[in-house]
Write a protein of this length. Structure first.
Length: 187
């Protein structure tokens, strides 16, 4: 391409921009506005997953486990008054809850006898966007449960601590904005 032609086109564009300052403002302000708007509005973090609890043990340890779920910001324990599994299954079918935690009869007895108790977590698998994060949150709660309920009986002496640099809270907004900036600038 000829350098003189390129220079002429650049001069023509410069003249158009100076004649119409609204276009210049839109070219600069609009992408910045869209990045801020989408950066604040888009949040892909999964919070407040509704779960039902089927506590068959009704012991101190089972209540402590339920309180671990309540204290987490990831789950909301609802329908504690439901007494059997079929009531919770109806709630899942009606999409009132996303999962059921079943605490067996001998939960505290197993803990005191230094056996790892068997807990069952039944989840609605129809929404993978919620199920994946729910299972990872459940893993974190499982580690917390082992540390709190087993105390000195905790069989693994190794504590694994995961730290995320630059985005310690793992907010999805911080992941989205840099990619969004390139998309908006491409528009």
């Amino acid at each position: 391409m000829n350098f003189e032609r390129m220079k002429a086109v650049a001069l023509k564009e410069k003249t158009h921009i100076w004649r119409d300052p609204f276009t210049l403002i839109m070219a600069i302000v609009m992408p910045v506005f869209l990045v801020f708007l989408f950066g604040l509005a888009l949040d892909l973090d999964v919070k407040n997953i509704e779960i039902g609890i089927d506590d068959r043990d009704h012991s101190y340890s089972s209540r402590r486990l339920i309180s671990i779920f309540v204290e987490s910001r990831s789950f909301i324990v609802i329908n504690k008054e439901k007494k059997n599994l079929s009531d919770h299954e109806k709630e899942i079918r009606n999409e009132n809850i996303k999962a059921i935690l079943i605490i067996p009869h001998n939960f505290e007895k197993d803990i005191k006898s230094k056996k790892m108790p068997f807990l069952q977590f039944i989840a609605d698998g129809s929404d993978n966007a919620i199920l994946g994060p729910a299972l990872s949150y459940l893993y974190g709660i499982q580690l917390q449960m082992r540390q709190e309920l087993f105390e000195e009986n905790f069989s693994q002496n190794i504590k694994i601590e995961t730290r995320f640099l630059y985005n310690g809270e793992l907010k999805s907004t911080y992941f989205i904005v840099p990619g969004l900036m390139s998309v908006v600038c491409a528009l």
